[in-house]
Design a protein. Structure first.
Lengths: 380, 380
């Protein structure tokens, strides 16, 4: 483990403030412990075995993945209880089978009787047993069945009755919590999530079918949940890093954001009151999630590299592929404060998308680089 | 070289229609040949040695890069005449020096006397000679000096007079051409680009300093340029693939777009008139460049996988990390036409950003996969 200064890093690159990340992790774990539910972190944000092992205090635990590549990568990293939280399709069962045969416990999700039938047929033919949850739609955000949809009984009955599948329970995701304007509204969405899966559990129990996993979550609803009775586990991902979008929702403070892009001032455009940096749309992502929030953060806020403190009024106002343009929202930039070569940190709108542009993290403690390099998995 | 069907590919993935790409390449090369200028393709779009070698009919030629990683990757791939078209900073000269010492001809750009002085000092100290162009700002889009800025004479004089640098000429980029509403306006921007660099050339000639490279370009201005007198070379990148943004500008037809994301229908959301696909914001990018054009393409248009034909009225209206949501702009989707497992191609808003999410291309000819796999370079 090398001890390096920022000056030794090639910009642009991802840096993670270890202390802030650990605080974010502990806050979420303590909150969920107080609610009596377990955490199944969604690793789609960090895609880092090292970071998720930090979350599990050096060990492993149940995780959520968004791609089969993540499932394979984390299984290689020692994780065995893996929920693939995107609807399974028959064409992907071959990769799942390989993981199961290697010893992984893969929890699949689906919301279609046709897919359930194909899965069961595949399992019988290929002598593999799939663990399956039914996806519930709690807010018309994305996929899933309504909790009172009669198909639920057909699917659960099919999965329960087949030798090629185990019916595990229900999962849902309150994607609409991302559009809330108040923390009270987010809390209501945590109730909506809970009520949707609990309703589905009761519905199937009436037919003698029992759920082992009752899974709900998103970072906002997890943060403001106050009663998760009936839910067994919460899925959340971005809380590990937090980002400007979560800060805009009130889920965290800007100072909690643990992920940033280290960048260098590469030009002065004095007649436009702009600093040019070497982090553009490629390094920051083009995500503009904050565009619809009360405070639009454009392409990110600017911090001092050394101490990570926000530099008031500076903002990344435009992003070409490899150029970012920083301006001031209040008066003239003092260009002497930012000579060419100055290092800065950019806080991202959306940590998942920004991190995805990079192949690794540099972990920092204060202004020391303490772990160089923690890899991320990429692709599908 | 394997002959595969789409069904053998893991979705989501990038596919490139070879015939369309070759047509795009030939059209641009023929146009620039007719204008008497050479093409220095910007490889930031494709980041593929194989594709750029195809452009040079199996050989190599002058290229433009947006990162030093691209420079290193293409140099390993046999390319030696490389313009790094992002302002150089002293901290990056070490990597440039290594490339030069290995035999690469790296053309750097800058727009600051301070940086020029640092570069010359570095060259003297480390016994390396840098080839340098001055970046000209033709439209207040990004970086560069105005063509009548007196600093130009100071910088050109310093570079010309030092044993550690060769002054090569001028370059500019009409980024504002991306905001044009008519092809006539784009043509005017090609004149603005030309006039800016030619003015700078004449300005320095008055002091006896001559330019060897006079470089301008963007895909839109290259496409509609009609007179490039005084310009020696054009830089353009996205024309190889084209995309919905370029189609919106009138630079190409939608049917010319050679790059798409192969994706699979993974769900039906009939109560929302939506198909769910396995290409979300991660596979398509969150680029919403068409949002400000006359026709907003949201997150992309939808084509049949087999023949690549546009499916009328279907559009990707939302993109979560690994879920895309397709709806119809005219009436109900006939879900029987798109059973779960159906493959589709999604045309991207911005080819550079979409391609960047992937590590390789699958090259297709009709509905045959003819080259599996052409890698892309990633990172910085």
């Amino acid at each position: 483990m090398r001890k390096d200064k920022f000056q030794d890093l090639q910009t642009p690159c991802l840096i993670v403030d270890r202390a802030k990340m650990l605080t974010n992790i502990h806050r979420m774990k303590n909150h969920l412990t107080s609610l009596g539910v377990s955490l199944r972190p969604h690793v789609k944000t960090t895609k880092s075995v090292e970071i998720i092992k930090l979350l599990f205090e050096g060990g492993t635990g149940p995780i959520t993945v968004s791609t089969l590549r993540e499932a394979e990568y984390f299984f290689e990293g020692g994780f065995t209880d893996i929920m693939y939280a995107v609807g399974i399709v028959p064409a992907k069962l071959g990769r799942v089978k390989k993981l199961i045969e290697a010893g992984a416990g893969i929890r699949l999700i689906l919301d279609s009787l046709d897919v359930a039938q194909s899965l069961v047929d595949y399992g019988v033919t290929h002598q593999v047993i799939f663990d399956v949850l039914i996806e519930i739609d709690c807010d018309m955000h994305r996929a899933g069945l309504s909790p009172d949809d009669p198909q639920i009984l057909d699917i659960a009955g099919l999965l329960e009755g087949s030798s090629a599948s185990n019916f595990m329970g229900f999962m849902t995701h309150a994607g609409e919590s991302y559009n809330c304007e108040t923390t009270e509204a987010i809390r209501k969405h945590s109730h909506i999530e809970r009520d949707a899966v609990v309703q589905a559990v009761k519905y199937t129990q009436q037919s003698g079918i029992y759920s082992r996993i009752v899974s709900a979550g998103s970072t906002p609803t997890a943060r403001f949940a106050d009663d998760l009775t009936g839910v067994t586990e919460v899925r959340a991902g971005v809380f590990v890093f937090q980002d400007l979008f979560q800060a805009g929702l009130g889920v965290c403070d800007i100072d909690d954001i643990a992920l940033s892009v280290l960048t260098m001032v590469i030009g002065h455009k004095k007649n436009q009151n702009r600093l040019i940096i070497d982090a553009g749309g490629m390094a920051l992502s083009k995500d503009r999630g904050t565009a619809h929030q009360k405070q639009d953060r454009l392409f990110g806020l600017v911090c001092s590299a050394d101490d990570g403190k926000l530099i008031p009024n500076l903002i990344v106002e435009a992003a070409n592929q490899e150029h970012g343009m920083i301006t001031s929202l209040a008066g003239e930039i003092n260009f002497d404060d930012f000579p060419i070569g100055t290092l800065l940190r950019i806080l991202p709108n959306h940590a998942c998308m920004t991190a995805a542009a990079h192949s690794c993290y540099h972990i920092i403690d204060g202004n020391q680089v303490v772990a160089d390099i923690w890899p991320r998995c990429q692709g599908w």
